[in-house]
Ligand binder design. Structure first.
Ligand code: SRM
Ligand code: SF4
Length: 568
């Protein structure tokens, strides 16, 4: 029972009885009769960065053949701040070929994912990832996840300082349990190994928790979508501290008005050396007050929305024992990645490369995976993962530029030259995601080409529009922060949202429900024609659709689905 005398969610009991995330995972890995793990253990493996999935494309066929679903596992590797070495990239690349589906998925939170790993190969895959000094612990599960940060530390000295803060938070909030090392790395538990979780406790958090750091003017990490955020304040080239944001999140459930996306809010300012303390206390408040009786209401955003931001700030200051300072002025003017070559403060070069929906793979015409592998083999600089599913080949010398360009060109890697495509994202969805109701990654490119034809017809192809698609309303590509959002409802059918801001500080609103491609394109023809005729020169599409009353300004997430206004 919870403190309010409500029954606990089943997962809460699994966590509490798991012996600090051990469960029977180690035993389940030995069972060869099935490709799956015990149901309870599949909740626990998430904390180890592992999701049990099955191939949804082959589900019906296998059922007919009386075979169990084709079980395999998705593995997510954390990359705090999105920075990895070419050697680490090569490890992920090799594992993708050896144990996964020959592709790497770069996520919307600067992490790597491998799909299709069979149970028998899980341990080797995890061990190899750890040998490369990356890990998968806390990449998923009810703990703090991968800490995101603008992935360009060499832009200035202050950027480097912010990146170091991201790493410190990540280390500070990594779970203490040695279960991970015992199960996956065959480390023996020593008498001195403590299972104490001083921050999380034995039941961990009520739900996942996400932290980001943004460096204005770039909101590339979509700071307002996350549980806790830090907006770097840089004065005279020096990092002086951070504005703190709390209570953002995207996920909701179709037709359930009690669930909604929310933007985080700025609550004040703290110094750089106070960030870990603030993060810890915020996490502990969520640990103590988050709703453990209903996972649909368990995210931190609801903890704050239910009690109010003033309650939260008081509680935080009480626990800190000191008061936050008033927030400092900041401005975001960009959100997407700046593609192409750029020069760093130390004279080195970065190349930001567009990766369609974060998928690194080869096809007959375009050998993207091979190209990045060849570049990584040169062992130049670093490779960065962005929050927009792209990569940055970073810290290159001027003399490396030609070699990199030649490799890209030999593998047919060309930039799409489309503002619409540059600013678009889709989540994984089918065939791996068990929650997908419609396609996203496999479908968005086709739809974008059709939308671009409409833009061309009206001569507005150079006007950037942020478009995002997800296969369900969990919001993994942050669709409720897009100027045009598509959220899967059923096969080939989407809810269509309009009116998010270009810089990611306003939620959009449902415009049409459950429509197919034909209707989407008809609607967009009308909207884009009007945009071409009646918008002012630098008016963003998201602002335009609000000015023209196609949708209303959303000031609270409960207005994203207007019908929710009537739900008590
Ligand atoms: Fe997500 C669940 C993929 C970013 C909100 N997400 C899932 C799962 C694990 C499905 C599941 O629970 O079985 C998906 C695995 C699909 C697959 O086959 O790979 C999945 N989420 C992803 C990724 C890979 C999407 C992508 O295309 O990049 C992103 C991995 C990020 C990472 O590296 O950690 C991903 N997920 C997000 C984001 C975006 C963000 O955080 O910036 C969100 C919205 C923000 C938020 O958390 O509110 C997000 N994912 C969810 C939710 C809804 C949570 C909620 O509050 O309601 C779920 C479902 C759940 O947790 O029950 C979910
Ligand atoms: Fe799966 Fe839905 Fe997330 Fe897309 S948004 S990856 S369909 S959970």
């Amino acid at each position: 029972m919870t403190k309010e005398n409500k029954p606990l969610e089943a997962v809460e009991i699994i966590k509490a009885e798991s012996n600090y995330l051990r469960g029977t995972i180690a035993n389940g890995l030995q069972q060869q009769i099935t490709g799956s793990l015990a149901l309870d253990d599949t909740q626990l493996t998430k904390f180890h960065g592992i999701y049990q999935q099955n191939d949804r494309d082959s589900l019906v066929e296998r059922r007919k053949l009386k075979l169990e679903p084709l079980y395999s596992f998705m593995i997510r590797a954390r990359v705090a701040g999105g920075i990895c070495t070419p050697k680490q990239w090569l490890v992920m690349d090799g594992l993708a070929d050896k144990y996964a589906n020959a592709s790497i998925r770069l996520t919307t939170r600067q992490a790597f994912q491998l799909h299709g790993v069979l149970k028998k190969n899980l341990k080797s895959t995890i061990a190899n990832i750890n040998q490369s000094l990356l890990d998968t612990i806390a990449a998923c599960g009810d703990v703090n996840r991968n800490v995101m940060c603008t992935p360009n530390p060499e832009t200035s000295q202050a950027h480097q300082s912010v990146y170091e803060v991201a790493q410190r938070i990540s280390e500070h909030l990594t779970p203490n349990t040695t279960a991970y090392h015992e199960i996956w790395l065959d480390k023996k538990k020593l008498a001195s190994d403590s299972d104490h979780e001083p921050i999380y406790g034995a039941s961990y958090l009520p739900r996942k928790f996400k932290i980001v750091l943004a460096i204005p003017p770039s909101n590339d990490v979509d700071i307002f979508a996350h549980d806790l955020g830090f907006i770097a304040i840089i004065e005279d080239g020096k990092l002086t501290g951070f504005n703190i944001t709390v209570g953002g999140g995207m996920g909701c459930t179709h037709g359930d008005g009690k669930t909604f996306p929310l933007l985080s809010q700025v609550i004040g300012f703290c110094q750089t050396d106070q960030v870990c303390e603030v993060s810890e206390q915020v996490v502990k408040i969520q640990r103590d007050f988050g709703d453990r009786s209903n996972r649909k209401h368990a995210r931190f955003k609801y903890t704050i929305d239910d009690r109010g931001i003033d309650w939260f700030k008081d509680e935080l200051q009480k626990r800190l024992g000191w008061n936050l300072k008033p927030e400092k002025p900041y401005e975001f003017t960009t959100r997407g990645d700046q593609f192409g070559w750029s020069k760093n403060h130390d004279g080195s070069l970065n190349l930001t490369l567009f990766i369609e929906n974060g998928r690194i793979s080869d096809n007959k015409a375009i050998k993207l995976k091979s190209a990045i592998k060849t570049i990584a083999l040169l062992n130049l600089g670093e490779i960065r993962l962005t929050a927009n599913q792209n990569i940055i080949l970073a810290k290159l010398n001027t003399q490396d530029k030609r070699a990199v360009e030649e490799i890209l060109s030999a593998n047919n890697i060309v930039h799409p030259q489309s503002q619409l495509i540059d600013n678009a994202m889709a989540c994984v969805a089918l065939p791996t995601c068990p929650l997908a109701m419609a396609e996203a990654e496999r479908y968005l490119p086709q739809l974008l080409n059709k939308i671009e034809s409409i833009q061309l017809k009206y001569g507005i192809e150079n006007r950037p529009i942020v478009t995002r698609m997800t296969g369900c309303p969990n919001g993994c590509a942050r669709p409720f922060l897009a100027e045009i959002g598509f959220v899967g409802k059923a096969s080939g059918r989407y809810n269509f949202y309009l009116g998010g801001s270009f810089h990611g500080d306003r939620l959009n609103q449902l415009y049409r429900e459950n429509i197919n491609e034909e209707s989407i394109l008809e609607e967009l023809d009308i909207l884009l024609k009007d945009y071409s005729l009646s918008s002012t020169e630098d008016e963003f599409f998201g602002d335009f659709v609000i000015r023209k009353n196609y949708v209303n300004t959303v000031t609270h997430g409960s207005q994203v689905h207007p019908i929710n206004l009537n739900v008590s």
